[in-house]
Design a protein around this ligand. Structure first.
Ligand code: HCR
Length: 407
């Protein structure tokens, strides 16, 4: 039974799981969870949560006042939280353990709605440690987002997850860049068998135009008060006391925007529950590249769907064996896996300029470096295909990916 705790049938495996996590720390992908908590969605798909409301994503491009633009970027960021952190538990009644992406795994799609076309590319750029990088663009409105993330887990009373990495939102028309840090989280409801995510601590969004937003998730929610609460303030960078705007509410429900430090009535109310998402369009499986997530995992996903763990095990093993073969071949040939869309950035300019005011330094040891979208690589791929967004298996595969196909 999902949503209301563990069924009698799953009780044994759930208590064994709880015992096993008490001594767990490190890489979440090594966590062995009971079958009923397994998701058939790979973590590489999670990058799509950043732009499921394309009109909110592109809105900052149409604001000429930089402080209001910073507010619109903050509003967009807050609007993504419900999908990022609560959509699985809202859909299934509990959080699930996603599939652990393999190196080079891709998730490609686009949103088509009133905001025009918004395109997504997500790629697993590292397997040990697991790191996912993504790029989202709406060329018509001139809005771009890129980033990468890894997670480090530890256990003390529950599973605590520290997010490593950051996102970069940019509007070239204003020559403006926003550096965004990612929230840490923990899992609640573990003892009842219906885990869900709660956010902790603080995150920041700081802009090259001189504004910073601080989002504080720790005020309420963990031990008392309303779930998923936050308070955010926007101020000129370095002058935290000069609050320009305050945003307060719950990221799963609604939040209000106030001028200054929340005196008087709000200037806007955002209702997260009544803002429908635009579904992402993904190419049909048969048209997908062999490295694309849903195609690569389809047999595993079928096994999870039908509850056949033998199939899940056997199909996962095929992917793992293939991956090991590829790594072995690379070692023999003295090369490394060529990422399709992302490259490492040395002495990254964005982090140098925007990192210090919000304490961001690249944690390269935990992400294998600073990953940035590589326009040159991406357009080279485009040249090989008539349908650049949806790579076709034969026309766009590089030498390496031909060998990367799942057997
Ligand atoms: C922690 C988590 C995997 C990582 C997921 C991340 C941090 C990935 C990047 C996205 O942008 C945001 C995001 C959202 C998810 O909420 C977060 C996942 C929640 C649970 C999952 C664990 C690995 C699952 C542990 C198993 C539990 C259910 C017992």
């Amino acid at each position: 039974k999902e949503g209301g705790g563990v069924s009698a049938q799953n009780k044994g495996s759930w208590s064994a799981f709880l015992k096993s996590i008490a001594s767990f720390s490190g890489d979440l992908s090594s966590l062995t969870a009971p079958p009923f908590i397994l998701s058939s969605t790979s973590l590489v798909e999670f990058s799509s949560y950043w732009a499921e409301h394309p009109s909110i994503f592109v809105a900052p491009a149409h604001e000429t006042d930089p402080k209001k633009r910073a507010l619109l970027v903050l509003k967009w960021f807050l609007s993504t939280l419900k999908q990022q952190y609560a959509s699985r538990s809202e859909k299934f009644g509990n959080e699930k353990k996603p599939l652990n992406p393999f190196l080079g795994e891709l998730f490609i799609g686009k949103w088509e709605d009133a905001a025009g076309t918004t395109e997504l590319v997500s790629e697993q750029v590292s397997h040990h440690p697991p790191v996912t990088a993504y790029h989202i663009q709406n060329k018509e409105h001139g809005v771009y987002l890129e980033g990468y993330n890894a997670q480090k887990a530890s256990f003390s009373t529950t599973i605590n997850v520290k997010q490593i990495g950051h996102a970069v939102f940019s509007i070239p028309a204003y020559n403006e860049t926003f550096l965004i840090t990612l929230p840490n989280l923990h899992i609640e409801g573990l003892v009842f068998g219906s885990p869900f995510v709660e956010l902790n601590d603080k995150t920041y969004i700081t802009s090259s135009s001189g504004y910073t937003a601080k989002i504080d998730y720790s005020g309420k929610g963990w031990l008392s008060g309303s779930k998923n609460s936050f308070v955010a303030t926007l101020y000129p960078t370095g002058k935290e006391r000069d609050t320009l705007y305050t945003v307060k509410g719950r990221w799963t429900k609604s939040f209000e925007i106030f001028e200054g430090s929340k005196k008087g009535s709000s200037i806007e109310v955002y209702d997260a529950e009544s803002n429908p998402i635009t579904p992402l369009k993904v190419a049909p499986l048969e048209e997908q590249d062999s490295m694309e997530s849903r195609r690569a995992w389809r047999s595993v996903a079928a096994g999870i769907g039908s509850g056949d763990m033998d199939v899940v095990g056997a199909e996962k093993a095929k992917i793992e064996v293939r991956q090991r073969e590829l790594r072995q071949k690379e070692r023999e040939e003295g090369r490394t896996w060529e990422r399709r869309y992302f490259s490492l950035s040395e002495n990254d300019k964005i982090l140098k300029e925007l990192g210090p005011p919000i304490g961001v330094t690249p944690e390269e040891d935990k992400t294998g470096g600073v990953w940035r979208y590589d326009e040159a690589k991406a357009s080279a791929l485009t040249l090989k295909s008539e349908t650049p967004l949806f790579l076709t298996p034969t026309s766009t595969m590089t030498k390496q990916t031909t060998k990367g196909s799942v057997q």
